[in-house]
Unconditional design. Sequence first.
Length: 412
Amino acid sequence: MKNYQKLQASYLFSDIAKRVNAHVEANPDEKIIRLGIGDVTRALPSACIKAFHTAIDEMASDSSFHGYGPEQGYDFLREAIAKGDFQSHGADIQADEVFVSDGAKCDSSNFQEIFSTDITVAIPDPVYPVYIDTNVMAGRSGDWNDGRYQGFVYLDGSSENGFIPDLPKEPVDLIYLCFPNNPTGAMVTRDQLKLWVDYAHDNKALILYDAAYEAFVQDESMPRSIYEIEGAQEVAIEFRSLSKTAGFTGTRCAYTVVPKACMAYTESGEKISVHSLWNRRHTTKFNSVSYPVQRAAEAVYSREGQTQVKELISYYMNNAAYIRKKMEGLGFDCIGGENSPYIWVDAQCSSWDFFDKLLNNAGVVCTPGAGFGTCGEGYIRISAFNSFENVQEAMERIAKACNIRILLAHGA
Ligand code: MLT
């Protein structure tokens, strides 16, 4: 309990939902456009729906019914993932290194559990709040002081470094990285990622690499997986999700790759296989994802599924390009939206103030950058997950609200 008492406020997206609900209650007739939490709005690909239906029919008959499946996921899905997401991109990942789960949020939360509480953890700022909060819950932090928890090594992002943090100056044991980045939309190059892999080798550190948004990478020269970098298999775990890739936020299917070559070290320097630790944890605490969901996920890797998923991604990326162009047109500096569905906007004022202004004056929900850490203050994140029509309307309303703001600033 004492660790949980250190946590600041509630979970960011619950906080935002509370504010938005209060606004909706006070303005019941207003249409709110939600570009806050990254929740997809378009239907599942028809290939997934078809596989889902077939699997449900199998469950309806004793002869084809499925009870408990393997905790790590069915082989048909693990094999489709290893082949479709890694081997076909030149990354030598095997099916038995893939652990199917119900979400990258859960996996990226849970993974730290297998390590001691006295390790040193490096966490980017701004950051997906889950990485920090779960380490606080586990007892790895000191007290909250001046906007930060003591005991963590923070990796600062800023407009100067393009929100790609520099390597830690001190040795650390566990490093969280996320590319394409949530929340900033920044994307790392192969050379930059190689520096992190080399650092991890030199310092016997482990990288927890969150690649939940890899499907949005448009630039072919950028890495889709950390395993495209030489030496990464020994030092990195990768989290992936079908939530944003294939519209599975409500369906729930994700996976974590734990290469057999990946090692952690005891205090005395003894090598331990991370794969066997995670397998032990996973088999004890998890019973995998339902059979119909895994069949629907498998369909993502079919030829038809791949075509449909690409269409989904390009729909959202068209929104992202539109948002970025419009916000830049209004005079805001932006990053992201090129290899990511998130646009990170320099708000030119406090991020919660800008959040309130957009909600109250435009009926548009964004995410205040300060909720992602002290380096996020002064920024907001706009998500491209909505219909193009809503995105267009949101941008029109923001333009109107900003024009009023500009006129007021000039004393009109
Ligand atoms: C976000 O908006 O950052 C994500 O939707 C949160 C999540 O995936 O859990």
